[in-house]
Design a protein around this ligand. Structure first.
Ligand code: ZN
Length: 409
C-alpha cells in the first residue's frame, strides 16, 4: 500500500468529520506546517464542506523555530506579546474547533540547549495556560499526523522509501484503507474502547497494582468516582462528539496526585525536547518521583522531573493492549501521538480534570484540590511490557485481574 490521492482524501475527511467533527457554523483553527500546504488545502476544503463558517490557518515551520532558538535571546522568545494574548482571548470567545497536523522533524531542536527550551516553554505557559484552561472541554480538537521527509528518515534512516513506509504505518494505525470505510472502522473501534471503559468504571477500583519481570512493581491510587475515558470526548458547549487523537488506543484516567509507590520500568525510549531517554526507570515514594535511572539521558530525565512542582507526580494512567496496531508496527515513531498508543503508559505532569464528575466546570485549582495533578508538562512513558500484569483493587481489598501478559485479562 502506498499513499494515493483517494487515500489522502479519505484521510482528510476522517480527520475533519470523525476526528474534529466540525459542525455547521463553527470557526476552525488549523495548525499545520508550511511544508504540508497541499494537505492543508484538502483539510480546509473538507471543513467548508462540513459547514465551517471560517477556517483560519496557523502555519508552523520547524526550521524557523530552530533558528529562533539558535539566535534569539531567551527573554525575547519567552515573551508573549499583547497581540498574541489578544488572539488567545479571542479564542476563548470563538471557541474554534482546532485541528493540528503533526509532521515535525523529531530532530528539529537537536543541539539546542534544553534549559533554554524548557525555560521558554515554562515562561510562555505562565501566560498561555490560563487561556487554554478556559477553553478546556468547551471546544472540539484533534491531532493527526502527516509524514514529512525528515520525520520518515528519522524512523527509517536507510530506506529510500522512508516516507512511503511511514505513510503505510500511519494509515494502518488510523484505519484508513482503499477497501474499507474508515468511518465505520472507527465506529467499531470506539465502541470497543467505550465498552472497556464502561467495564472499568463499573468496577470502581480504588487502586491499580502493576507487576512485570523487568522490575516494574508499582501501586497507584485512583480518585474515587473519577471516570476512565477513551476514544472520544464531548464538547460541553454543543454536545459534539470528537476524537482528540488519531490514532487512539488508550483508556485513561487521572490518578490521585501524590499517591503512588514503587518502581516503573520503561519499555520504550522516551523522546523529549528532541532528545532520547533510554532504558530508564523511575521510583516513586509518597506519590513523587524520588529517583530515576537512565542508561541514556539521565540528566534530561532529572531535568524533566524538576520542571515544576507537579512534574514529579503522575497525571495519567492509561491502558493499551499490546496488540495495538501502533505496537504491531514495531518501530519508534518519535512522536507521542503514536508512541503513547503502543502499550500501557503513565504520564508525569498535568492530569485531566474532565475525568472528575462535573470536572469540565471546575477551575484548575478546584480540580487540583480534588486530586488532579497540575504541571506545565505532560510526558507519557511506556510501561506495557509483554508480560505486564495489572490488578484492579476494590475498596474492600479484593484484587481483580485487569491485564495479563500485556493485554486485557
Ligand atoms: Zn495517554
Amino acid at each position: 500500500m502506498s499513499i494515493t490521492p483517494s487515500l489522502l482524501k479519505k484521510y482528510a475527511r476522517l480527520i475533519v468529520r470523525t476526528g474534529a467533527n466540525v459542525q455547521p457554523g463553527q470557526v476552525v483553527q488549523l495548525t499545520v506546517s508550511v511544508e504540508q500546504s497541499a494537505f492543508a488545502a484538502l483539510i480546509i476544503e473538507e471543513c467548508y464542506q462540513a459547514g465551517a463558517k471560517k477556517v483560519n490557518v496557523e502555519w508552523t515551520f520547524d526550521t524557523q523555530r530552530r533558528l529562533n532558538f539558535q539566535y534569539a535571546e531567551q527573554e525575547t522568545l519567552a515573551q508573549v506579546l499583547p497581540w498574541e494574548e489578544e488572539k488567545l482571548r479571542q479564542m476563548t470567545k470563538d471557541l474554534p474547533c482546532r485541528i493540528y497536523i503533526a509532521s515535525d522533524d523529531p530532530d528539529a531542536m537537536r543541539g539546542i540547549d534544553p534549559q533554554k527550551l524548557s525555560n521558554v516553554s515554562r515562561q510562555r505557559a505562565a501566560v498561555v495556560k490560563p487561556y487554554r484552561d478556559m477553553i478546556d472541554g468547551r471546544h472540539q480538537w484533534v491531532i493527526a499526523a502527516y509524514p514529512s521527509e525528515k520525520w520518515a528518515k528519522k524512523c527509517f534512516p536507510d530506506d529510500p522509501d522512508a516516507v512511503g513506509r511511514l505513510w503505510d504505518a500511519i494509515l494502518r494505525t488510523v484505519r484508513v484503507s482503499e477497501d474499507k470505510d474508515p468511518v465505520a472502522e472507527w465506529k467499531k473501534h470506539t465502541d470497543f474502547i467505550e465498552k472497556k471503559a464502561a467495564w472499568l468504571n463499573a468496577q470502581g477500583f480504588s487502586s491499580l497494582r502493576y507487576k512485570s519481570l523487568n522490575g516494574t512493581d508499582f501501586t497507584v491510587e485512583l480518585i474515587p468516582g473519577a471516570k476512565w475515558e477513551g476514544a472520544g470526548a464531548i464538547n460541553t458547549e454543543n454536545g459534539a462528539f470528537y476524537i482528540p487523537n488519531m490514532p487512539t488506543e488508550e483508556i485513561f484516567t487521572s490518578p490521585l496526585a501524590g499517591r503512588c509507590e514503587g518502581t516503573l520500568v520503561a519499555v520504550k525510549p522516551l523522546s523529549w525536547n528532541s532528545q532520547l531517554i533510554e532504558d530508564f526507570s523511575i521510583t516513586f515514594k509518597n506519590g513523587r518521583a524520588v529517583s530515576c535511572r537512565a542508561k541514556k539521558g539521565q540528566e534530561l530525565l532529572e531535568q524533566m522531573i524538576r520542571m515544576d512542582d507537579g512534574a514529579a507526580m503522575l497525571g495519567e494512567v492509561a491502558l493499551v493492549p499490546k496488540e495495538s496496531p501502533v505496537n504491531q508496527c514495531g518501530f519508534l515513531f518519535y512522536e507521542t501521538l503514536f508512541d503513547e498508543n503502543a502499550c500501557c503508559h503513565v504520564a508525569l505532569g498535568a492530569g485531566f480534570k474532565e475525568v472528575l464528575p462535573g470536572g469540565d466546570d471546575l477551575t484548575v485549582e478546584q480540580a487540583h484540590a480534588r486530586g488532579i495533578n497540575d504541571s506545565i508538562i505532560h510526558v507519557d512513558f511506556m510501561v506495557g511490557a509483554d508480560d505486564l500484569s495489572i490488578d484492579g483493587i476494590r475498596p474492600d481489598g479484593t484484587a481483580v485481574p485487569v491485564f495479563r501478559g500485556g493485554t486485557w485479562a
